[in-house]
Write a protein that binds this ligand. Sequence first.
Ligand code: FE2
Length: 135
Amino acid sequence: MALLRWSKKYSVGVKAMDDQHIALVRILNEMHSEFEKGQAQSATGKLLRKLTEYAHTHFSSEEEMLASAGFPGLEQQREQHRELLRQLDEYGTRYQQGDQTVYLPLLFFVRDWLTTHMLKEDKEYGPWMNKLGIH
Ligand SMILES: [Fe+2]
């Protein structure tokens, strides 16, 4: 069962960004399915790396898009992105140090973060981009 299912309500109004969010949701659900299979501990390292890499990619393209659109909230976006990457790093460190309990809090952290990222943080740039004709 998917932990989070993308639907229209999560759309930020820009198709390219929605597609990247969908890819992030997919990684989250992959993590959840390993958990359901009882393979969470062995899969954490690989999936956490995958998620972190993709988050980097997504944030770069988001920031590039917002910078070229002159979006006034860019600095706040950058700050939110830095903070998320810092937190993912912390989970990575805990895992590398042998913390066996990191998986579940990580799952819920990523779910909550993604939900807020799509419903709140990124919704803010939708109208700005749409005004410039980017959908
Ligand atoms: Fe985003």
